[in-house]
Write a protein that binds this ligand. Structure first.
Ligand code: AMP
Length: 580
């Protein structure tokens, strides 16, 4: 019998993970021999593609260090100042460096690499659920972003958009997915989401998987359905799409697929009308086998709610990747999100690991800041240890930190498996935007200037991503002190409201766009009683944090810590309008 495609994928995973050391060495040799003569590497390697020299001389960098080179290329200089392969464009990350999107050079090999990566991350999933490509369609929520043209004429786009544009993917779209291409490329997110849900409802009998790249998007879609199912049912009944959809592409796609179906509309109405939406995904899409989306890292905050809606369907986080590099896959797709580990693929990039001090449950913000510069190779990391990931690629990144901290949980053959611990320097995030400690600090600094004229100072602050209602919002806990002791007269509420707005105005571009599009709700400041932050510190110290090295977390993740803060709130204030 002919081997199923995913069996070939599984075989390939075994081969790759058994020969990891050799594959990594060969990959590095290949990258160095192709790129040793570039302006960037020449200074360190003097033209010699040698691993020892590479480790000794090439500096460990962050994106910011390579940015001047990337900017020169984006502004029209030849790309071989950084990489030998001609570049075809840029990837724009979702904004991990201080909240601002980063540009990553892209070469022709990327599409091919993604295709291999997709085969490899989907193989374990198919092994478990069977070849879903043969049994039905995926209802995956997909949103392309507009491309930006750099001064060099090269286009910058997100990784996901580039996947949606790829011809191989587009060819499979009608057979494998419920969303027509027009809905994915619709520039209006709300209209796109409406249509993708509507088409998913119309094809409900065929849907074998519900998902998106990240958990936040799936949750957002379900909440959107909660608010719009009546309108969608009315569309299904009449076979006419709602007038709210003005996008021509979406309307055209609808005209091809929609015809009056009162029986289906009644059925969906019955399901959605129930008092509780617990298990709604399974009820609406009864053939769905799993919910596919990344539920680890910052997305872990959404799993409880997603489990509520999914009705026992497994939540499958299949891959770990970034705009910089494709990294790992999940070999046990049905394990609990909190237990997911990613097995690294040695053929995707050259990986190095910087040891990071992480004592058990302490947050990374609390670790000592001793700089470590000795890296560990992929096959030599140690179980239980935490590392910051560095990647070297043929696309111009050499020993570049991607800003993620990972913990080794085990090995598959010779390859380590990593649990995602957290992002370095990201303080708060409610959707896909990422706000760093530095962003938050800047915004707080701008806002607290308003307190000065009324005689108050801000003594302590921290933040919390409140996602208990949709859309989520930023909460800032502020402890205030009067400059002169007047036995704590209350600050003027109007000023604190203004502080909320000032903070929003001072946050980064992505935040403001999301806020304007109502993907993020109004920022809130909760003023807490004096002494609250002392109580918070006492709590962390009681949990084992070092008193002398204690650093207040800039974002609260622990429920107990949140309780301490919330129980001392004396006033809540919201930003009155989206920032300009
Ligand atoms: P981007 O910068 O937009 O390319 O996003 C990539 C970042 O998303 C990674 O560096 C991680 O911080 C995060 N990420 C991607 N995949 C996962 C995953 N499976 N689990 C946790 N975080 C992830």
């Amino acid at each position: 019998m002919e081997a199923k495609w995913y069996e070939d994928g599984l075989k390939m995973i075994e081969e790759l993970t058994s020969n990891a050391e050799q594959i990594q060495d060969d990959l590095l040799k290949d990258i160095l021999s192709r790129n040793a003569g570039t302006e960037y590497l020449r200074r360190f390697l003097h033209g010699q593609p040698d691993k020892q020299l590479f480790k000794k001389n090439v500096p460990i960098v962050s994106y910011e260090d390579l940015k001047p080179y990337i900017d020169r290329i984006a502004n029209g200089e030849t790309s071989n100042i950084l990489l030998a392969e001609p570049i075809t464009g840029f990837f724009m990350s979702s904004g991990t460096s201080g909240g601002q999107p980063k540009l990553m050079p892209v070469t022709a090999e990327v599409d091919q690499l993604w295709a291999i990566f997709r085969t490899l991350y989907e193989s374990p999933v198919m092994k478990y659920f069977g070849d879903i490509n043969q049994s039905g369609k995926r209802m995956e929520f997909m949103f392309a972003r507009p491309e930006i043209e750099t001064p060099s004429g090269l286009k910058a786009t997100s990784v996901t958009t580039s996947i949606f544009k790829e011809s191989g993917f587009r060819a499979t779209l009608p057979k494998l997915y419920t969303s027509p291409v027009e809905t994915i490329f619709c520039p209006e997110t709300q209209q796109s989401l409406y249509c993708q849900l509507l088409f998913g409802l119309i094809q409900r009998g065929e849907v074998v998987m519900v998902g998106s790249f990240f958990a936040a998007t799936v949750l957002r879609a379900i909440k959107f359905l909660e608010n719009h199912w009546q309108e969608m049912c009315s569309d299904i009944k009449t076979g006419q799409i709602s007038h709210r959809i003005t996008d021509t592409g979406c309307r055209n796609a609808a005209s091809l697929i929609m015809k009056p179906n009162p029986a289906l509309a009644d059925l969906i109405e019955d399901i959605c009308n129930s008092k509780s939406w617990e298990g709604i995904i399974k009820k609406v899409w009864p053939k769905a086998k799993y919910v596919g989306c990344i539920c680890t890292g910052v997305m872990g905050q959404y799993t409880t709610e997603l489990e509520f809606y999914s009705g026992g369907l497994p939540l499958v986080s299949a891959l770990y990747a970034s705009s910089e590099a494709l990294c790992g896959i999940n070999l046990e797709p049905v394990c609990k999100p909190s237990d997911v580990s990613y097995t690294f693929l040695p053929n995707m990039s050259y990986f190095e690991f910087l040891p990071v001090k992480n004592d058990g449950n302490e947050s990374i913000e609390m670790r000592s800041n001793n700089e470590v510069t000795e890296t560990v190779d992929l096959v030599n990391v140690k179980i239980g240890h935490c590392y910051e990931l560095l990647v070297t690629t043929s696309r111009g990144l050499y020993r570049c930190k991607i800003g993620d901290v990972l913990r080794v949980t085990g090995f598959h053959n010779n390859v380590p498996q990593f649990q995602f611990v957290e992002r370095q320097n990201v303080a708060i995030s409610v959707d896909q935007e990422k706000t760093s400690e530095a962003d938050l600090f800047k915004a707080v600094t701008e806002a607290k200037a308003l307190l000065d004229p009324i005689g108050f100072i801000l003594t302590e602050y921290t933040s919390y991503a409140d996602i208990s209602s949709a859309p989520g919002h930023y909460v800032l806990f502020w402890e205030l002190k009067e400059k002169e002791d007047n036995h704590y007269t209350e600050p003027d509420p109007k000023i604190i409201v203004e502080c909320c707005l000032r903070m929003e105005e001072s946050l980064h571009y992505t935040y403001k766009i999301y806020r304007k599009k109502n993907i993020i709700a109004a920022l809130e400041i909760r003023v807490v009683k004096q002494g609250t932050f002392e109580a918070l510190m006492d709590y962390y110290v009681s949990k084992g944090a070092s008193f002398s090295q204690y650093k207040r977390p800039s974002c609260i993740k622990s429920k107990e810590a949140l309780k301490i803060l919330d129980s001392r709130v004396i006033g809540k204030f919201f930003s009155p309008k989206p920032p300009l």
